[in-house]
Design a protein around this ligand. Sequence first.
Ligand code: HEC
Ligand code: HEC
Ligand code: HEC
Length: 453
Amino acid sequence: MTKSRIIGGLFAALLVGGAGVIFALTWRPPMAAIDPPSARTFDADLVRRGRELAAVGNCSDCHTTRRGPNFAGGLPVPTPFGTIFSSNITPDPETGIGRWSEEAFRRAMRSGVDRGGRHLYPTFPYDHFTHVSDEDDRALYAYLMTREPVQAPLRDNRLSFPYNQRILIAGWKLLFLRRDAYQPDPGKSAEWNRGAYLVEGLAHCGACHTPRNGLGAERATATFAGGDVDNWQAYALNAQSPSPVPWNEDALYAYLCGGWHPDHGTARGPMAEVVSNLSSIPAGDVRAIATYMAGVFGAPTPDRQRQGEAVLAQAKSESTVASEPVSEGAAIYAAACATCHESGRAPPYGGINLAFSTAISAPDPRNLANIVLSGVRPVEGERSPIMPGFAASMDDGQIASLLKYLRSHVSKQPAWSGVSEIVEEARRTQTAFLQTAAGPRNAPADPSQRDQP
Ligand code: HEC
Ligand code: HEC
Ligand code: HEC
């Protein structure tokens, strides 16, 4: 045998062997289709529990378009790699999960594989859902299988090569998916453990609040150090928190179930949906989340505590309005904002003193630009905070001057860079959202659509 033939033979063997290994690592068997079970076969208590769990997991926010039927999918979820459309998770036998067994559903939640064996994109946050218990998956399954079936075919993702190759997801999983049940920490209280189970699992708080690496996975060394979602900044929730007044357990509890706290203001954008979901689950679970998250923030250093107290004291005694408005930004603030933010009025119309607002102390002005452009929308049927949007009445230059003024007069942080570009980008995304048929992800779902079990 010649040398080149031996090498050729080896190469072929390696190729076949390699392909075999890749096949073994990536192939998942399809699971048998079942006859859609009748809704009556599910226990009513289990379904009720499933509804609460679905709220914790924000399932409806990603699986429902603005005016579309609940859980019918089709919402475009933007990622740095392209747009992925959520699936129809109603029990429709053809286009939804009507033919999925509980086992197939659990496999999707744990390992991101659909019934047919296809790998699912981790935009579906199964890197968190993998920690959900069998019992909770059973309740979620019961809840989804008792919803109204809706015929709505999948929409094609808008991903370019190579990201449109689902086989790559198998490699991603090898690198980043840690499949294990939540292990309680015996040194901590039952409430803390409950909170950890919810936050790290179903509630997937880190999916937005933890920065991601170049491959779109959460950075394990920077948990809760602040992330991005739909042109909003999901602030750091650890010792790096930019909040002027340090968060504590009680403030977290009030904010997470009521959406507002006098020293921190209101939840907006994607966080408004999270809070609206948490307001429908048992108070004990929200308390547990607050307990665990207070530990993630950690006790403030004495320095930080003093700064927070100084902000609170100063806000009570001083006005942010310059006595003689000297800049364009100062004049706009005095004319358009101070009436509500320094009136001492309570919500719905009075806003917090802006010295408390994380938006103004944050590393960049994205959220502030979003708020000034679109305001704070009232929640239908509730006495919730209302602020008008200024997209129509102010141009980008005026908003940029206002943002720079607020940063320099209200926060103790160094000036932002690139303010004008960020304002332009915020206006562009806002306009784009309003133009897509699907509508913005942060639009409150029509409350009349919130279904009952
Ligand atoms: C951040 C957005 C997001 C959230 C939150 C979310 N999903 Fe999804 N989900 C998706 C996307 C996007 C897909 C499609 C992934 C793909 O095509 O690879 C998906 C796919 C699925 C699938 C696979 C369906 C199929 O036909 O392949 C199931 C099941 C599912 N989600 C259930 C849930 C449940 C249950 C919850 C709540 C506990 C939930 N999802 C929360 C975005 C989300
Ligand atoms: C879909 C993305 C998303 C998820 C999931 C999410 N958040 Fe947020 N969160 C945000 C965004 C965006 C903001 C900033 C909102 C704003 O500017 O009002 C925010 C703000 C907050 C704040 C206010 C911080 C500050 O200093 O003002 C807290 C506290 C918070 N989130 C806690 C949580 C917890 C706890 C969870 C899980 C139960 C969670 N978030 C899940 C996106 C998210
Ligand atoms: C009609 C009254 C009203 C006017 C006018 C108004 N706001 Fe607001 N604003 C509110 C209310 C109510 C909220 C929600 C409660 C809260 O967070 O303070 C809010 C929230 C905010 C927040 C978020 C605070 C936080 O972190 O929770 C910022 C920032 C803000 N407004 C800035 C402005 C700026 C800048 C202007 C002027 C261009 C302005 N507002 C004009 C009422 C108003």
